[in-house]
Design a protein around this ligand. Structure first.
Ligand code: HEC
Length: 203
């Protein structure tokens, strides 16, 4: 005999099956060979870049929307062109924000310091969600004898309005798409970035 709860669950199971199918379809779409214009062109001579082929493949952009690049997981990512001379707006902006807000503790170019970890390494394994969570909520190393604290920036608009920029820049450092350089050329600041900045900083 069929139990009542089994009957009640049926529509959910059916919906779940449908949802799974559509997720698979989206992934198949993403797996298409990426548009050539989305490919990265890195500086082959920059030894400070520590290229990581696995990460470069994983972080590869599969689409661009208003000058913002996204990887297959739908997270923001970098776009480097002209043999590593030109960067997408967010990577460039993230470089500037990082050196305004984070480098005092985390060292120039995400290299780390005696006080705080090298974010060029942390971003090899931290997910987008983990990164945003730590940025907003902070982190405290309770096991350490010295108190080392990552401050919570949740209320700091100069940081949170540029969270994606910081993420994209540090991802580029982690994958070795960007070395220890000051980015020269950049893509134009997208209208979407101007609008989001105005809303975030003003609101
Ligand atoms: C006052 C010093 C200080 C500043 C400023 C600071 N951090 Fe941190 N941050 C730390 C410390 C210390 C840790 C390690 C905390 C721990 O391990 O518990 C840390 C950890 C992190 C982590 C986690 C790293 C990991 O491997 O788990 C991320 C991500 C991070 N910081 C991002 C940032 C970003 C982005 C900025 C700039 C907006 C920033 N931090 C500014 C001190 C700082």
């Amino acid at each position: 005999m069929l139990h009542l709860s089994q009957v009640a669950l049926r529509p959910f199971v059916a919906a779940l099956a449908l949802a799974t199918v559509s997720v698979v379809a989206v992934n198949a779409e993403d797996a298409k060979p990426a548009d050539k214009s989305l490919a990265n062109s890195l500086n082959p001579d920059d030894k400070t870049a520590e290229k990581d082929d696995k990460l470069l493949a994983k972080d590869a952009a599969v689409k661009v929307e208003d000058g913002k690049y996204f990887d297959a997981e739908g997270h923001p990512t970098f776009h480097v062109t002209e043999n590593g001379k030109k960067f997408d707006w967010y990577a460039y902006s993230g470089y500037r924000r990082y050196h305004a807000e984070c480098h005092v503790c985390h060292g120039p170019d995400g290299m780390g310091s005696t006080y705080a970890p090298a974010l060029k390494d942390s971003l090899k394994h931290l997910s987008y969600e983990e990164f945003i969570g730590i940025l907003a909520g902070g982190k405290q190393d309770v096991s350490s004898s010295e108190q080392k604290v990552m401050p919570a920036f949740g209320d700091n608009k100069n940081v949170m309005c540029y969270a994606d920029d910081l993420y994209v820049y540090l991802k580029a450092r982690a994958a070795g798409a960007m070395g220890r350089i000051r980015p020269g050329d950049k893509e134009e600041k997208p209208e979407a970035a101007k609008k989001a900045e105005k809303e975030c900083m003003g609101g």
